[in-house]
Write a protein that binds this ligand. Sequence first.
Ligand code: TXA
Ligand code: MG
Length: 322
Amino acid sequence: MKLLEATKENINHSVEVLKAGGLVAFPTETVYGLGADGLNDIAVSKIFEAKQRPSFNPLILHVSSIEMLNDIAEFSNEKILRLAEKFWPGPLTFILKKKDIVPYIVTSGLETVAVRMPDNKIALELINKLGKPIAAPSANSFSKLSPTKAEHVAKQLGDKVDVILNGGNCNVGVESTIIEVTNDSQILLRPGGVAKEEIEKLIGELSESKFNSDSPNSPGQLKIHYAPNIPIYFYDEEKLKLFVNKRIGGIFFNEVKDEKKFTDLKLLSAKGDLHEAAANLFSYLHDMENLDLDIILVEPIEKIGLGAAIMDRLSKAVNKFI
Ligand code: TXA
Ligand code: MG
């Protein structure tokens, strides 16, 4: 780890680290973020590894311009345009429909992506020089407090990031407010740096929501966890025998088994690399959804490092069907 003052040279160095797929912790006006190139799925997988969080969670993409935003998401809702005009750059995050260029590991498989433009010169320069959005959760390790000083990051994640850019204290000190505004509803998903009342002055009342993965269609509830819409089970030889004359998709870690029994097969990582496996997971599930299969069987993997997060996500998907 390198704790570096945010000078021009060190920002340029950090851009090179990001381009090479590394992790850079950087200041924003809210809290420090743990950043990776938001369009590089392998780089993004390293965020989850570094956070030591035993699950995936959708990430915020940080942009430095509206052009950059237009490349990654649908940005046309009139109310959102008004809010961005007033509060960006600043601590307000929008949930928008994602474009194909955004890897599914950023959104944990969802078709929406969280986006904001941070109000911090160092952050904006870093993103601008990278020329791509930076994916970043708060730079704390799992279940620890969000960091508002570079030293907090060094203490929690020091040995897991390539660079920590020191930009002093974060002046807002709490995370961004997250809202989802569509033609049918406007929901406050997380209170934060921009007050609810300030938003309501511009666009009218916001309803409040508790995240809920089980009943995505009930009013005021949102789905934040993706699961494929065809039954998915863990693979083993006995399980496979239960499915006769079915179109079965198989997802294996690094080596295919019972090849002839499957209609479609995918390897998460032929070389057995967990970053690659994590990067492929959600996009493979989406691919299989589009293949007219009856079921998906997925090989369980060891719950070590990113393997734990992969298994957490798969177990939740499997539990939906048993
Ligand atoms: O101020 C902030 O927002 C900081 C700085 C670094 O920008 N970032 C931050 O990120 O707090 P994180 O990952 O700690 O929190 C992001 C929240 C998570 O609760 C996640 O579930 C939610 O945003 N989120 C991300 N994408 C979403 C989506 N497509 N739909 C619903 N919720 C989403
Ligand atoms: Mg957080």
